[in-house]
Design a protein around this ligand. Structure first.
Ligand SMILES: *Cc1c(COP(=O)(O)O)cnc(C)c1O
Length: 365
C-alpha cells in the first residue's frame, strides 16, 4: 500500500539527530520551560520573520490563547471560514465568542474575502484566516477589510508552516498566528505541540503568562491562566525538524508539480497552483471529483491510500446542532467532492508515477 503520509519514514531520516536531542533533554534534568523551548521559540520566530514566538501545547490551544489574550468572549463575533478543520472554529467557541462562518473561494478553498463584509456587525472583533491545505489565504484582501472595520487579523497557520504570501512567511501575515506541530503537519513534533507568533510585544507577554497559569513569576498570578506549555522534549524534536522544513516542503512541491503535470483525467479537478509556486507548501494535495467515494475505493483497490479533508463540514457536525439549518453550499460541495492524494516528502518517484497512472485510468472503460 502506498501510504498517504509515511511518518515513520519521514522521522527515520533524522533518527540520529532526534535521539541526540532527546538525550540532551534527558540529561538536562529540566523538562518544562527550559533552554530547548526558549531556543525553539527564537529559531521559529527568526524563521517566520517575526519578533515573538511562544511555544504552546498544541494548535487549538494556540488559537484559544490568542483569542483569550485579546479578551474576546461572550458577545463577540469572530469571522472564520466555513471550510476549515473544525479546530479553527472550536477555538472561538471555547472562549465563549461566536464563530461567524464565511464561504470559501471554490478555486483556492480559502475564505472568500468578497463574502466577508456582509457578515460584519458591530460585534465583530477579528477575522480568523485559515491557510488551508498549505496555501495562504488572500491576506491582502482580508487585511484591507480588517483595516476598514478595525478588526484584528489572526492566522490559523496549522497547515502552512513555511508557506509564503508575496515573499512573507505565514506567522507574519496578520496580528498574531497560531501554529500546530501535530505529527502529521508539515513541521511535526513527535507528539502534540504548537506555537503562537506575533510582532505585538504586549500580546506576546500576555500569552507567555496565559500559557503558564497566568504567571510570569512563580506563585504570582496576573491572570486566570492555563497550563498550555510546550514541553522541552517536543521543543528539542522541533528544533531538529525545523532545519529540514524547507527541504521537506520542496519535496512536497515536487510531488505536487508532477501531479499537476501528469494527471490528465476529465473527471478530476486539480487544485489551483499559485502564481508563485514557491509559496505553497502542499500540506495536502486535494483533488475533486463528482463520485469521490468511488474514486477512493478505486485507488484503495490499486493499493493507494487517500484521505478526505474533510468528510463533514463543521456546520453539519453534531457538536454544532445550532447550525443544522444553515446553508453553506460551496463548503458542502467541497466536502462532498474532495480527496487528498499521498504526498509524503519521502514518497518515491516510482510511487508518484503509480498514483498518477492509476488516476489517469479511473473512469475509463
Ligand atoms: C491541525 C489543525 C488545528 C489544530 O491543531 P492541533 O495541534 O491538533 O490542536 C487547527 N487548525 C487547523 C486548520 C488544523 O489543521
Amino acid at each position: 500500500m502506498i501510504p498517504f503520509l509515511n511518518l515513520k519514514e519521514i522521522n527515520k531520516q533524522y533518527k540520529e539527530e532526534l535521539k541526540e536531542a532527546a538525550g540532551r533533554v534527558i540529561d538536562s534534568g529540566w523538562y518544562i520551560l527550559g533552554e530547548e523551548v526558549a531556543a525553539f521559540e527564537k529559531e521559529f520566530a527568526a524563521y517566520c520573520g517575526v519578533k515573538h514566538c511562544i511555544g504552546v501545547s498544541n494548535g487549538l490551544d494556540a488559537l484559544k490563547l490568542i483569542l483569550k489574550a485579546y479578551g474576546y468572549g461572550a458577545g463577540d463575533e469572530i469571522i472564520v471560514p466555513s471550510n476549515t478543520y473544525i479546530a479553527s472554529i472550536l477555538a472561538i467557541s471555547e472562549v465563549g465568542a461566536t464563530p461567524v462562518l464565511v464561504e470559501p473561494n471554490s478555486n483556492t478553498y480559502n475564505i472568500d474575502p468578497k463574502q466577508i463584509e456582509e457578515k460584519i456587525t458591530e460585534k465583530t472583533k477579528a477575522i480568523l484566516a485559515v491557510h488551508l491545505y498549505g496555501q495562504t489565504a488572500d491576506i491582502d484582501a482580508v487585511t484591507d477589510i480588517a483595516a476598514r472595520y478595525q478588526l484584528k487579523v489572526i492566522e490559523d497557520a496549522a497547515q502552512a508552516q513555511g508557506a509564503r504570501y508575496r515573499g512573507k512567511r505565514t506567522g507574519n501575515l496578520g496580528d498574531a498566528a497560531g501554529f500546530s506541530f501535530y505529527p502529521g503537519k508539515n513541521l511535526g513534533a513527535l507528539g502534540d505541540a504548537g506555537a503562537i507568533t506575533t510582532n505585538d510585544s504586549e500580546l506576546a507577554e500576555k500569552i507567555t503568562a496565559l500559557r503558564n497559569y497566568g504567571s510570569h513569576k512563580k506563585y504570582e498570578n496576573l491572570y486566570k491562566g492555563y497550563n498550555h506549555r510546550l514541553d522541552e522534549m517536543q521543543a528539542a524534536m522541533l528544533r531538529v525538524k525545523l532545519n529540514y522544513l524547507d527541504q521537506e516542503n520542496e519535496a512536497r512541491r515536487m510531488i505536487a508539480d508532477r501531479y499537476h503535470q501528469f494527471i490528465n483525467n476529465e473527471e478530476i479537478i486539480l487544485p489551483t497552483a499559485p502564481e508563485n509556486a514557491e509559496e505553497h507548501v502542499w500540506h495536502v494535495f486535494v483533488i475533486r471529483t463528482k463520485e469521490r467515494n468511488r474514486l477512493q475505493k478505486f485507488l484503495t483497490d490499486k493499493g493507494i491510500q487517500t484521505v478526505i479533508h474533510y468528510p463533514i463540514p463543521p456546520h453539519k457536525q453534531q457538536a454544532y446542532t445550532e447550525w443544522k439549518e444553515n446553508k453553506y453550499p460551496i463548503s458542502e460541495k467541497i466536502h462532498n467532492e474532495v480527496l487528498s492524494l499521498p504526498i509524503s516528502p519521502v514518497q518515491s518517484l516510482e510511487d508518484t508515477k503509480r498514483i498518477i497512472e492509476a488516476i489517469n485510468q479511473y473512469g475509463q472503460v
